[in-house]
Design a protein around this ligand. Structure first.
Ligand code: DAH
Length: 338
């Protein structure tokens, strides 16, 4: 027994010294294996316990176990130190260097203009409504008093999607006017909504056309609503958007879902900068009684107006942009200017 006991302390000291000297995790692991691995020196000592006389085993076992516990604790401590060291940067840090700035993103110009439009309408009590971009004939055309043989459909050709047999053919909406129908079918009057959203047309892209673009729809339904309300609202919003010198002009026009219908022109410092006094900006009118019938509103009780305009057009005038495609090319040289 004396022989084994005498060996424990020096072997422990040697192991502690090697653990302490290990300069990285690999070296530490090698040191661990050489003492505590299955063929390690300390393990060999423990195996010798078996050869001791029975009455000496408990005392010797106690000493050896406490030495082993000490070694394992030392190992864990050193491992923690070395892990910390491995996580530190190899190069010294120069705290006098200027900080690295994170590049902040910004909102797309179309989003900025949309938000400005929504902000203006919110001030006068409008709420934002939403509808699907994948629509059907009914909401996009029929319910808006534009049946399948109506010539107005030619100007709004779109993309059709395969539909399961028996289901109504699905299409990409050509205007946000479809949301008028969705909202009115869902809620009783009065209605005071604006609907910003993406629309689609089968157009070839050029400087002023893109197969997908954004619109804002407005719809106001209440008792005794007049063209005067429409004019006042449009004037308020356009003055906010395009500057206080903005003037508005209504020209007679035709839309199948309004009667009477108008096109809106506006004039401001911005239009004059583009070399024009008046620029056409939106379509609008008093909601057609047939549309009210289609959604179950009584046209003898309820009147209303609606309008729709393109957001790109507003953004192009506001920022002096001459090609609509720039909005959709994700070129940071363009986008970072806004
Ligand atoms: N939907 C029309 C278009 O896309 C714009 C429009 C005209 C909307 C008259 C309306 C309206 O709500 O009353 O060209």
């Amino acid at each position: 027994m004396a022989a084994i006991l005498d060996q424990i302390e020096p072997l422990k000291q040697a192991a502690l010294a090697e653990f302490g000297a290990a300069s990285d995790l690999t070296a530490l692991e090698q040191a661990r294996v050489s003492y505590l691995g299955s063929n390690g020196k300390f393990t060999a000592l423990m195996k010798q316990l078996g050869s001791l006389p029975k009455e000496e085993k408990p005392a010797a076992g106690k000493v050896i176990n406490s030495a082993k516990a000490e070694l394992e604790a030392a190992l864990a401590r050193r491992r923690e130190e070395l892990e910390l060291k491995a996580a530190l940067p190899k190069e010294p840090t120069d705290f006098t260097l200027p900080g690295r700035r994170r590049v902040l993103g910004r909102l797309h110009p179309l989003t900025q203009v949309t938000e400005a439009i929504v902000r203006s309408f919110r001030k006068i009590g409008f709420v934002v409504a939403d509808g699907p971009e994948v629509e059907d004939d009914y909401h996009c055309f029929d319910a808006l008093n534009t049946p399948a043989d109506h010539p107005a459909r030619d100007t709004q050709d779109t993309f059709y999607l395969a539909a399961p047999a028996g289901a109504a053919p699905a299409l990409l909406r050509t205007h946000t006017s479809s949301v008028q129908i969705r909202v009115m079918r869902k809620q009783p009057p009065p209605v005071r909504i604006i609907v910003p959203g993406r629309v689609y047309r089968r157009d070839n892209a050029d400087a002023t056309h893109n197969p997908t673009f954004q619109q804002v729809e407005g719809l106001y339904v209440d008792r005794q609503v007049t063209v005067g309300d429409l004019k006042g609202t449009v004037e308020f919003v356009f003055k906010e958007l395009m500057g206080p010198d903005t003037r508005i002009r209504f020209r007679p026009h035709y839309f199948s879902y309004t009667e009477p219908s108008f096109e809106i022109d506006f004039s401001s410092a911005l239009t004059r900068k583009m070399g024009k006094e008046w620029l056409e900006i939106a379509g609008c009118g008093m909601v057609h009684p047939q549309v009210f019938e289609n959604v179950g509103y009584d046209p003898e009780v309820w009147t209303g107006w609606a309008f729709g305009f393109g957001i790109e057009r507003i953004a192009m005038i506001r920022y002096g942009i001459n090609d609509i495609r720039l909005f959709y090319q994700n070129d940071l040289r363009f986008l970072s200017q806004f």
